[in-house]
Design a binder for this molecule. Sequence first.
Ligand code: OXD
Ligand code: MN
Length: 596
Amino acid sequence: MTKNQKLLDWVKEWAEICQPDNVYWVDGSEEENQRLLNEMVEAGSAVKLNEEKRPNSYYFQSDPSDVARVENRTFICTEKEEDAGPTNNWMAPDKMKAEMLESYKGCMKGRTMYVIPFSMGPLGSDIAKIGVEITDSAYVVVNMRIMTRMGKAVLDVLGDGDFIPCIHTVGAPLEPGQKDVKWPCASNIDDKYISHFPETNEIWSFGSGYGGNALLGKKCLALRIASTMANREGWLAEHMLIMGITNPAGEKKYIAAAFPSACGKTNLAMLVPSIPGYKVECVGDDIAWMKFDEEGVLRAINPEAGFFGVAPDTSMKTNPNAMLSLNENSIFTNTGLTPDGDIWWPAIGWDCPDGTITWKNEKYTTGSDVQIAHPNARFTAPASQCPVIDPLWEDPKGVPISAFLFGGRRPNTVPLVYQAKDWNHGVFMGSIVGSEVTAAAIGLKAGVRRDPFAMLPFMGYNMGDYFQHWINIGANAPAPEKLPMIFNVNWFRKSDDGKFLWPGFGDNIRVLGWILDRVIGKVDAVETPIGFIPKKEDINIDGLEGQAELMDELLEVDNKRWLDECELIAEHQAQFGDAFPKELKAEYEKLKASLK
Ligand code: OXD
Ligand code: MN
C-alpha cells in the first residue's frame, strides 16, 4: 500500500465521516477490474456485451435523473466571490463544506469505499499531477481505469509527495438488508453538488454517478482545479484536443484546438484526411496541459488515458477511428442494447434491430417511437486503441505546439479560417469564441452563446483573470518567436438559403493544410480588419464539386456584420468589469476602428 501519512490520515478521516462497510485500495490490476465488473454484472447494474462482437466490453444504464454534467450544481468555492468571477456559481468554502458535510455523514453505509490513486498525465512526467479519488461507485473505478493511469504504480510514484484529494459519493446509503438499485444516485437535483475549492486544491462531489460529475480526474481536476494551478504557476490547462498533422512533404506539426461541446472536437482530433499525402495523428481529444520547455517551446501533454465520447452520431462515416477505438475493452452508458448483445445509437450506420433495449430499459420494436439512446450516451475507450494514436502521445515531455485553433458554430459573419495578427489579438479571438444557439435548443434568447476558449463550464477562477493569464503567457514567453500562431476556424458557415458552405469532416484537412503552410511559412495571406485570411488559391479544393463558387462567400469578411458583432462582443466583455484586461479592450478598439 502506501506510507504516505497525509494520504492515510485523509482516507481514515473520510471513512469515519462516510461510514462505509469497508475500505478498499484499488491496485489497478486486470484481475481486480474483472472482479469488479463481474460483481456489477451479478448485481444487475452492468451487462457484459457479446464477447465475439465486442470483447471485454460492458453496458450500463444510468438513472434517468442522472445523465449529464450538472452545470447549475457545479460550484467554485473561494473566500472572495470575485475570485470565482461572473461566469461561475459561487459559495464560500466554509459554508459549502458545512452544508456538504451534513450530507456526507453516513453516506456510504452499506457500500464499499474505493480509494483510487490516479495520475493525470504519463506517470512521472513533470507536467503530470497525482490525485486520489475516494468513491463508493465501482462504475467510477472501472471508468477511471480507462480514463487515467491508476492503481498501485501511482502510489509508488507518489511516495510521500502531495496529491489532489477528490471525494465522490453517489449519495445513496443502504439500510441493513436494503436491496441496491441499478444506478444509485441522489434523485433530487438539489442534493447534487460538484464543488471545487481551488485555494486548497480540493474536489467534493456528491449525488451523481455520471461522467464529469463523478470521474473527477477529467473536468474537475484536469480543467477546473488545474486551470487555477496553471494560473498560479505560469502554465496552461485547456479544454483542447491535441493532434499531429503531417503534410505531403513529410513535415509534421502539432496543434491544439478548443471548441465548445458539440462542435466535433473528437472527430477533428482523429480525422481521416480526404486528400492524399496528409496524415493526422491524435494525442488527445479533450484536454491539454502545456508548459514551456528549457528552449522556450510550449509543449503539451494529454492528461487523460482514454476517450469519454458522445456516442450518438459517431459512425464509420463521421469518425472511423473513434469507432475502431471502441471495438473492445470499452464501456457504454445509456446507448441501446441489441438482442445479440451489442450496442446501438442513432446514426451509428445501421438500422436498430427489433427488440433492442433502450437506455430507459424499454423494448424497441421496429417503427416504435421510443428514445433508444440518450443524446448524451457515452463510450469510454482506451486511447491506446485509437488506430491513429500519435507515437509520442505518452511522451512525458509532451509534444511541441505550433498553432492554436479556436472555433464554434457560426452560420454567418465568421469566415472559414482566419489568423490572428499577433499573440494578444489571438487571445482576443479566444475570448470571443461562441456558437449560435436557437431559442428552442436551450430555452434562452436566440443568438451567440459566448464560450471563451471553450472553457465556460470548466473555469476554476475569474474568467477575466484567465484572459489576463493568457496575455501574460505571451508577454513572459521565454522565446516569443516560438509562441504558437493562433487561428479561428468555422466549419459551419451557411449561405443565405441555409445550406452549409463547407463539407466539413475529412475535408477539414484542406484548412488544416493551409494552417500548416502558414506555420511553416510557405504561403502569404490577405490582411483584413479581423486578421489574415487565405488567398483563395491557397486552399486545396481539388475534387470538391461546386466548391470554387462558394469560396468568396465562405471567406468573406463583411465589415457591417462585424460592426454588429462588435456590439455583441462589448456586451460580453462588460460582465468582467475590472478584471477585464486592458490589452483585450485595446484589441477591441483596434478592431472597431479598422472596420469603419
Ligand atoms: C465533454 C464536454 O464531455 O466538453 O467533454 O462536455
Ligand atoms: Mn470536453
